[in-house]
Design a protein around this ligand. Structure first.
Ligand SMILES: [Zn+2]
Length: 144
């Protein structure tokens, strides 16, 4: 037990001031595992040496990225990367939730402003109308 504990302590000392596992690293690790699974599932079908080599290369790049980010001491930069990643995931999730809500809403139609990407909501059944974007004032012709 003492031996294991001293290894544990050494590891904790080693990891002190390093990035460790953050959300981005966890995602990279999952991507790495996914590549391995794909490789295993397709191994029989992978007659193309090129595809197999590409998957090998991709797995290696992911693993190196995980290890590099885990042991990195440049915490500011790693944190910024992680924030960009979590921000992107959050945007994707909220976009998905928003699309679902808009799909369920039968009383309104939604148009995306071509100018500023704002989503404009208009009631259904008004015929052909011109929508003025509330954010940038651009006009959208739409049929409701
Ligand atoms: Zn607009």
């Amino acid at each position: 037990m003492g031996f294991l504990r001293s290894i544990g302590n050494a590891f904790i000392r080693f990891m002190y001031g390093r990035n460790g596992m953050d959300q981005l690293n966890r995602a990279l690790l999952w991507a790495y595992i996914a590549v391995w699974v794909v490789q295993m599932v397709l191994s029989a079908a992978l007659e193309s040496v090129l595809v197999a080599a590409l998957l090998d290369g991709l797995a290696l790049v992911l693993l190196v990225a995980v290890l590099f980010r885990m042991f990195s001491k440049d915490l500011a930069r790693r944190r910024a990367e992680n924030e960009r990643w979590t921000g992107w995931v959050w945007r994707m999730k909220s976009r998905q939730a928003g699309a679902k809500a808009r799909h369920a809403d039968k009383d309104h139609k939604y148009f995306t402003c071509r100018n500023c990407k704002t989503i404009c909501r208009v009631p259904v059944g008004k015929g052909k109308i011109v929508i003025t974007c509330p954010k940038c004032g651009a006009q959208i012709q739409a049929r409701t």
